[in-house]
Design a protein around this ligand. Structure first.
Ligand code: GAL
Length: 426
């Protein structure tokens, strides 16, 4: 089994060199174990993670990778396990982190990670990693993360065959009203319009986040995080009402399904649309589905023109058990070869501007255009826009809302959480 896995890594490594047209430089002097901690366990996530491991192995053949994962989309189960290890002085060499509040609040401030400025310099990344991304990972002149890819959080995926059968064709964008008209048409044909898998509550919080963006627009959405738009305002309540109305169209077994099982339900035609970041794309790829044939996508209703940034990065642990292997890992995953192998499987786009667009299919090219020309906004559900306490309060309030649909109560709970987290005054 192990031999087969190693053989696969060698083949993937060779393919990587072929695709990139370059032979990846090898460093045989780095040895020992490298522990990488993440929550990438779904079909698409695990396949993509293997591509990063293959890139690592191609450059550092004498390092033994220890794949430490804690299942559960969005990392809600993984982060507490990690915190316990970090607090106990038992860090993995590197682990999955989102930029922004999550990086600074949970890892930089407690001193769990070390700056990686030297790696950015030696690898020339200050010239190829977009500045907006570098800013989200930097403080006081130090940069703390290496990104493997950048997800677009505000995707609205659909089963194309089911829509075709119903004579429904979507244009470039979908408005909130258009969505409800289609949802009514589907429901009249006895088809469940919306696929949700919120056994991990973050997945329905993502639906709310995307709806806030779609209804408020990028400027209004940003205002939520700098305190200039109140969660108690009429606009926010209108957005929450739209979210509640969308829930009326969801599958009845939503709370029994994980996010990826909801994508499976979409593929099987048990329901039609799914509001999800483009890690959903990784599930389509893992299932052998084809862009624009089996599935299609638009922006979450009303959010066209915006790109909800959900970036995946890895830091260097302060006191990493194997610092040489950890540095090698960061160099490997930030390379163009690794990013061209990983991102087609993961659904994200490269975190650098020099990836070859031809290595990517229709969805990725669309997402790259969206990143290049769209309004970039930060995700709260995946830790970037607000502190962890707010994220937790939002998950708790959404858990109640899914059952009671009380718009005023959700608005009030979010407003209160924003005040206690310190980014709003009312
Ligand atoms: C996000 C992460 C993605 C994807 C998703 C679902 O937090 O950034 O890469 O894994 O969770 O698990």
């Amino acid at each position: 089994m192990k031999a087969r896995f190693l053989m696969m890594l060698v083949i993937v490594g060779a393919l990587l060199s072929l695709v990139s047209g370059a032979v990846v430089a090898q460093d045989e002097t780095v040895t020992g174990d490298l522990e990488v901690f993440s929550w990438w366990t779904s079909g698409g996530e695990a396949a993509a993670l293997d591509a990063l491991f293959a890139a690592m192995n191609a450059s550092y053949p004498n390092v033994n990778i220890v794949n430490a994962t804690v299942a559960g989309g969005g990392g809600s189960a993984a982060r507490p396990v990690l915190q316990t290890r970090l607090a106990g002085g038992d860090p993995p060499d590197s682990w999955q982190v989102h930029p922004g509040w999550e990086l600074f609040g949970q890892y930089v401030e407690p001193g769990y990670v070390a700056p990686v400025n030297d790696i950015y310099e030696s690898e020339g990344w200050n010239d190829v990693v977009p500045e907006q991304l570098r800013e989200m990972m930097s403080r006081d002149g130090n940069i703390y993360l290496v990104l493997a890819g950048v997800h677009r959080g505000n995707g609205f995926w659909y089963n194309k065959k089911v829509l075709d059968e119903q004579g429904i064709t979507l244009g470039e964008a979908l408005s909130v009203d258009e969505f409800f008209a289609i949802a009514d048409q589907l429901q009249a044909a006895d088809i469940t319009p919306l696929c949700v898998g919120d056994s991990g509550i973050w997945a329905t919080a993502q639906l709310l986040e995307n709806t806030l963006l779609g209804v408020l627009g990028p400027e209004g959405y940003r205002g939520l995080w700098d305190g200039s738009v109140s969660f108690n305002s009429d606009e926010v309540k209108a957005a929450i009402a739209v979210y509640g109305r969308m829930l009326d169209y969801q599958n009845s077994d939503h709370s029994a399904l994980s996010w990826d099982q909801a994508v499976d339900a979409l593929m099987e035609g048990r329901c039609v649309f799914n509001s999800m970041g483009d890690w959903a794309y990784g599930e389509f790829v893992a299932a052998g589905k084809e862009d624009n044939v089996d599935f299609g996508w638009v922006s979450h209703p009303g959010s066209e023109g915006s790109f909800m940034v959900v970036a995946d990065g890895f830091p260097m642990a302060a006191g990493a058990p194997n610092p040489a292997a950890a540095a090698g890992w960061l160099k490997a995953i930030g390379s163009v070869e690794a990013q061209e192998a990983f991102n087609p499987l993961k659904g994200s786009i490269c975190a650098r501007t020099d990836c070859n667009r031809e290595s990517f299919g229709p969805y990725h090219n669309w997402a790259m255009d969206s990143f290049g020309s769209g309004e970039l906004v930060a995700t709260v559900v995946h830790g970037t826009a607000a502190p962890a306490d707010f994220q937790q309060a939002m998950n708790d309030a959404v858990t109640l809302f899914v059952v009671d649909r009380d718009v005023d109560a959700l608005a009030a709970a979010l407003a209160e959480a924003a005040v206690s987290a310190g980014f709003a005054s009312e």
